[in-house]
Design a protein around this ligand. Structure first.
Ligand code: SF4
Length: 272
């Protein structure tokens, strides 16, 4: 099988995608197949836009009303309209989807008071090159940090919003790995290591955070490089194996993946 070229860079979310399911990585990042939004990804995009809008105003004006107006603007924007059309929500299901999105935005305010947050960057694009590879080939790492804060001690904190379910107690580690990679990116791109990564799970609502030191950053660098080598090996072998599991329920490629649960494959085929 001849594959399209490997992407020239990797992001924390692509690392997670490959770790979760190599085949899904292939569909997304090598075959570059269209990935229409699902109701879950669309909700995440709209809520992220609302919080981005909230932090675009000065601290004293960061109210629920401002956040909800930003949500309405995201829903009415061309991408929001196209997304709602694509997921095919109508009538009561559409109303309930929009209410759930607004509820997530409101619940954000249960987690922190945005008027006290010193956000030094929002939707911050950062990139770097990792050179500590076995074969000497550099790995280009890039990503977008939801929010970068300065705490009361003047230190940086990486903040990531989550609209999905919070992990069960004891299972936070995998979720923290991706956001720790943002700490690595921040250290390399900005020259300052954040002292903390913080995940804001809006649905629960709950905050999961971890202090960051040199060892966490080194561990994520090793992990990123290892995943890149695994991607390169899979590419050379022309084989990105599917890894079916609960995430198939949220996968946009169930119509073409032979490992997708049969019920999901049939539902996707009848919808297309
Ligand atoms: S349907 Fe499941 S196994 Fe197939 S690509 Fe998607 S997540 Fe992977």
């Amino acid at each position: 099988m001849t594959l399209a070229p490997l992407p020239s860079s990797i992001s924390p979310s692509k690392v997670s995608t490959f770790t979760d399911c190599p085949r899904r990585f292939q569909y997304q990042s090598i075959d570059r197949l269209d990935q229409p939004p699902t109701i879950w990804t669309l909700k995440g995009t709209l809520v992220h836009s609302a919080l981005e809008g909230l932090f675009s105003v000065e601290p004293a004006r960061r109210t629920i009303e401002v956040a909800l107006r930003a949500l309405d603007a995201a829903i009415a924007a061309p991408d929001g309209v196209a997304g709602l059309e694509s997921v095919g929500l109508e009538g009561a299901r559409r109303t309930s989807f929009l209410e759930e999105s607004a509820a997530l935005v409101r619940r954000y305010f249960d987690l922190e008071d945005p008027t006290t947050v010193d956000a030094v960057g929002v939707e911050l694009r950062v990139d770097t090159t990792l050179t500590s590879t076995r074969d000497g080939a550099p790995v280009h790492l890039r990503g977008i940090i939801d929010r970068l804060d300065r705490n009361e001690d003047g230190d940086l904190v990486v903040v990531d919003y989550k609209t999905g379910r919070a992990p069960a107690p004891g299972r936070e580690r995998a979720r923290l790995a991706a956001v720790e990679t943002y700490a690595l990116l921040c250290e390399r791109a900005l020259g300052v290591r954040p002292v903390m990564v913080r995940l804001l799970y809006l649905a629960a609502p709950v905050v999961i955070e971890r202090a960051i030191g040199a060892s966490e950053v080194s561990r994520q660098e090793r992990r990123t490089v290892e995943v890149w080598h695994a991607i390169s090996r899979a590419y050379a072998a022309g084989s990105f194996r599917p890894s079916p599991g609960p995430l198939c329920n949220y996968c946009a490629f169930t119509d073409r993946c032979e490992a997708a649960p049969k019920a999901l494959r049939l539902a996707a085929s009848s919808a297309s």
